[in-house]
Design a protein around this ligand. Sequence first.
Ligand code: SF4
Length: 219
Amino acid sequence: MQQIDAKPHPSIKGVMIIDGKNNFPISWLNKQGYCEYSIYLENVRGIETEPTIEMKQGQAIHQELENEFKKGAEIIDFNEMIDLSQTQEILSREMFVSSPKFGIRGLIDEIWLTPDEFIIIDDKPGSIAYNSSINQVWGYCLAFKDIIGSDDRKIMGALRQRGSSKIFWMQEFNENAQKTIQKLLDRMQDLFNGSKHFLPTNNPRKCAKCRFNSFCEFG
Ligand code: SF4
């Protein structure tokens, strides 16, 4: 088995150093789009807050879906699942993906594996395809693509309204999408290594809803 060199980052909570590269949770790409400075407050300054009502509701729906799925699910090895999906459709939930090469890791809410394509789905509370949500899905697509290696099936990224079957956005993870996400990953690495600063949003409506606003000098 391949040995992985992994240790926590000395000053940024949630960042691991894996094979010499900063590796962070893919869900931070969504937070980055909302406000980079919130990542700084939570993970560099270490400020802790109570979860919001929306966060609690999201977690409850998520758990309900997961429990329902587990009732009829089978546990199967990743490589076996990829092989099987060349001839039959498979649905998987909560798939952990990690890419030391791109410095990202995370849990994919749901993935449909079919003989023609992989559809990577992230569940969201509303039905608006914000750039931050799209970036998060592209992050999962990139990590998944890195893991499957030479399998050349098409990868689609999709957003679905949480607790429903409504897919409100779907696009192929093509070369342009990969370039877009790579640029953002480069920025994240710059933030972690201190060559760029975490920037606050300039949208007061975001600050009004932010759980860090009482700790934030910009809120
Ligand atoms: S209060 Fe505003 S600037 Fe501060 S972390 Fe929250 S969203 Fe960002």
